[in-house]
Design a protein around this ligand. Structure first.
Ligand code: 13P
Length: 250
């Protein structure tokens, strides 16, 4: 069964005390969400987010993970560290990490395997740059990213993978993809996964859209056949707006 998942990506926002307040407000406004809700927060906010969501149905995610189990990797965080805190999900391959922190298709693949080995579910982000879309390369770019990311991931492990289509030109710009544009690429991703695995895996896969999703446009995007949720940046920091999006995902 395909799951609807609404995930907030807080990015580099909120100190631990602010995170406690924001997560509590979201929990309070969503006592029994009808879809899976995930708050992906900065590492230092994970404890507070876990505490605030305790006893609720809301899950907590991290925004990155290192591929090694442990060792001399100053400043990095391992899967075991995240698992012990009770982290359920991790965002991997976000375009901001690809753009600013040297993330490649290979490191994305390595991080995915580390997360799966630690029992943490993955939200894999893919998406084209504006220039790539203008050059008609959207399909080529997204296909390359998906195939490389899933290299060596087993059919069974696909139950723990969510793919978020985030066109880079729509992130934080207020420029949302039209529901048709978003649907087209989400359907392409599902088709690709069908080719790489099988029809059941493709049917069960949650494919999210991300990029300026907000309280106003969420319902239309989420109504599309192949869009099974959202990865939300700016609007996930506003409890009222985030709640509207969660309610649109029934
Ligand atoms: P915005 O919703 O702020 O455009 O961010 C989207 C995003 O990058 C989520 O990962």
């Amino acid at each position: 069964m395909r799951k609807m998942i609404i995930a907030g990506n807080w990015k580099m926002n909120k100190t631990p005390s602010e995170a406690a307040a924001l997560a509590s407000a979201i929990v309070e406004k969503n006592p029994s969400p009808e879809c899976e809700v995930v708050l992906c927060v900065p590492f230092v906010d994970l404890f507070e987010a876990k505490k605030a969501t305790e006893g609720s149905k809301i899950k907590v995610g991290a925004e990155n993970i290192h591929w090694a189990e442990s060792g001399a990797f100053t400043g990095e965080i391992s899967g075991a560290m995240l698992k012990e805190i009770g982290v359920d999900y991790v965002i991997i391959g976000h375009s901001e990490r690809r753009q600013y922190f040297g993330e490649t298709d290979e490191t994305v693949n390595a991080r995915i395997k580390a997360a799966l080995n630690s029992g943490i579910k993955v939200i894999l982000c893919v998406g084209e740059l504006e220039a790539e879309r203008e050059d008609g390369k959207t399909e080529e770019v997204v296909s390359r990213q998906v195939k490389a990311a899933l290299e060596g991931v087993s059919t069974e492990d696909m139950a723990n993978i969510v793919i978020a289509y985030e066109p880079v030109w729509a992130i934080g710009t207020g420029k949302t993809a039209t529901s048709q544009q978003a649907e087209e690429v989400c359907a392409l991703i599902r088709d690709l996964v069908k080719g790489l695995y099988n029809e059941t895996v493709a049917d069960d896969l949650t494919v999210q859209y991300g990029g300026s999703m907000n309280a106003k446009n969420a319902a239309e995007l989420l109504a599309m056949k192949d869009i099974d949720g959202g990865l939300i940046g700016g609007a996930s920091l506003k409890p009222d707006d985030f709640t509207v999006i969660i309610n649109a995902a029934k």
